[in-house]
Structure formats: structure tokens, C-alpha cells
Ligand binder design. Sequence first.
Ligand code: GLV
Ligand code: MN
Ligand code: MN
Length: 444
Amino acid sequence: MATTEQEVAAASADAAEESEAVVAEMRADPGRIAADFELLSAIGGEPGGGVSRIPFSREERDAHDLVAGWMRDLGLTVRTDSFGNTFGTLAGTDSTRPAIGFGSHLDSVPHGGRFDGAVGVLGALEVIRLFNETGVQTAHPLMVVAFASEEGARFGEPCLGSKAVAGVLQEADLERLRDANGTTLAQAMRALSFDPYAMPQARWAPNTLAAFLELHIEQSRSLDEEDERIGLVDAIAGNTRIRIAIRGRQDHSGGTPMSQRQDALVAAAEVIVAAESIANEPRRRATVATVGRLHVFPNSITTIPGEVEFYLDVRDVDSDRQRLTTQDIVTRAEETAARRGLRCDWEVVSDTSPVVLPRWLRDLTTAAAELLDVPHRVTTSGAGHDAGILSRGIPAAMLFVPSRDGLSHCPEEWTSMEDIAIGAQALAESIRDIDTFLTKEVAE
Ligand code: GLV
Ligand code: MN
Ligand code: MN
């Protein structure tokens, strides 16, 4: 595979020349993207403007059904795999080639925003419309992808759909992964008429895709603060998630002297504050640590908490820092529990490594942003993405569009339709350039 900067620069220059005529015609339309958004956001829509379409929920499936219908309307051949991922394929002029894939996910965190994931899928549909309108035909087939269950919010493990196609989700995970109510992934799948043990059938054959591109909201502040329109992602942070259970003694809140308590919640609070300060140590630099889910038993105003279970989420673009920080926080939890005479048990729920995305593909997406003449920058993703999972076996790239005030995973999440249209247009240009680049590369 040609990967030198010179080759990419030459291919980009060729593609840019060929593109200029088309770029004049190809105009992504914020109005029609907005119309799709209105309909999609009504699924799981909430009064504050956000959505709840958690992994393997009825709402997630309804979103896939809606998008599958739109794919068909655009002339794509639609398939939903055994794990609930939806694919819409458009033939290329050369059926022997692997497809160029692009898309994202349709699920959300609980009480999340309407843009996370949806932007990449609706942006991908806009690309197909642009190509249909301007008569662009690629040599490679094109595959619009809506991955299932990207958010780790329900089961702890993120990117389930892309892990299934990449073959890294194990059958054991179907019973191991549980949500806050104790429902296993297998049970959640069965409730939606999926056969969980058909999951291995979702695994992609080698050479399914020549490349994968994901358009996504930034979920951070750099583009918004600098008034830039496109982020080209160089690396995606990894994440380690640990379930920690601290067990003390349930007792009366009035009758038990302060010196004789074994309060599991006070111990957990100490660990959570320690996690913040450990992640904040200057030597860890980009590490972030969060406790976002906590269960208190029996959760009664007049009872000293006997048991607390909470989930730690540690992320970094450096895998050593990611794992060492996790280890340090877990050690602190064990020490805190021991000092207070409590019991501490923990288990790794999920561990995903950071990835560096290939430079040659980023150079091609950068060339597309340059062609559109919009301010852009190279940036790193603190959030996890399906593109990161796929990139272990398939060249992958990500394009970010600005998140207002950097907010995400909340109802206030917002990206303007104009910015999404710019992102879709950059995606379209990138796909054309990648198609040209890979076609020339194989021919030479
Ligand atoms: C996905 O949004 C994540 O939690 O990284
Ligand atoms: Mn996302
Ligand atoms: Mn998300």
C-alpha cells in the first residue's frame, strides 16, 4: 500500500484538480439534513431537546428502521446483520473492489444529545444524495453504515456493533455484560427478537472495506473555541471501565455512633475524590477519570449505606497512562476500604486501547477540507468511536464538526445544520479522493 507523503500529496493534487469542477456543483443542503434530523430526533426524543436511544432498546431499533427506509429511498441495497448493524450499499463501477464505508451510530446515552452518532449517519445519506445528484460514480462500491450499540453507557462495553463486525466481541460477553438492572446483553437482544448466538455471523470477511470514514461531532471545545469548521482526527483515546463494589455494614442512621460505622458510601466518596486528584496529577497529562454511575444499597435516608457499587471510566490516548491510572485508582479503593474495615471487590468490565489513525488517510481528508477552503485543524478524540475499533484492521479516518461550547452526552449538545453540511461535503470530497487514490494505486 502506498503510504508515503509524496504519493498522497500527488494523488491529492490529482484528485483536487478533478474535484474542482464537481465541487462547484456539489452543495450539501442544511435544510434537508435538518428535515431528517427532525424525524430521527423524535425517536426517543425528550422535552429538553435531547434523546434516549440506549443500546438494544426499542428506540434504537426504530431509528435503524427509519434510516433503513431512507437508504432504500436513495437506491441503496439494505441489509441488517445478525447484531443489528444496518448497511446500505451502492454498487461501484468495479464490483471486484472492496467498498468504501462511511457512517456512525444511532444509539445514544440516557438523556443524551441528538447529534452524537446521528450526524455521521445522516451526513452519510447526504453524501449519497450529492453523488446521485451530480452523477458521481465511484469505482469502489459505497457502504453507508449505521452501527448498533456504540455507547458503553448501558453495558459498560462500548462499540458493540463494530466489535461484532471486527470479530473482537466474544460469545462470553453476551452473558457477562449486564446493565444497571442486571439484564444481560443476550437478554436485551432476545427481547428485540435477535438471536444473540448468531452474533459471530456479523463478522466481516477480510476485504469487506477498503477504508472507513466517520463524520462525528467533536464533543470537545477546540473547534468551537477557534471558530474552525472541520477537525481531522489523528488519534482516539482508549478507555478502561471498572466495576467497584464496596461492602460495609447496613445500620441505623440514628443509633450508630460515628466511630462505629462501616459506611460504604463514605468510602466510595473518598475513592471518587481520589480518582479526580489522581487523574489530575500533572504527570498523567491527558488522562481523564469519571465515576458516572453509582448504586447505593439500600438507598434509604435513614440507613447507613451497607453497599455501594460504582463504575470508573478512565481514558487516555496513551495506553500506559490509561492502564496505570486505572491501577492506581483501584489500589486506592482497596486501601481506603481496608483502612475503614470494609470489603472491596472489583472487576474489569471493558478495556479498549487507544489508536493512532493512519496518516495517509488523514492527509486525504485534510486535502478535502482544504478544497472546501474552511478552517480546519488536526485534533485528538477523547471519546471512543467505531472508527477506532475498525482501524485495527481497516484504514479509518474521522472528520469532526464543532460542538457548541464543547458540550456532549447531554440534551444541550448542539451542532448547526450548516456545520453538518460542511462536514458532509468534506466527507463526500474525501470519499471521491480516496476512491481515486486507491484506484490509481492498484492500477500502478
Ligand atoms: C462515546 O461517546 C464514548 O463514551 O466515548
Ligand atoms: Mn458517538
Ligand atoms: Mn457518545
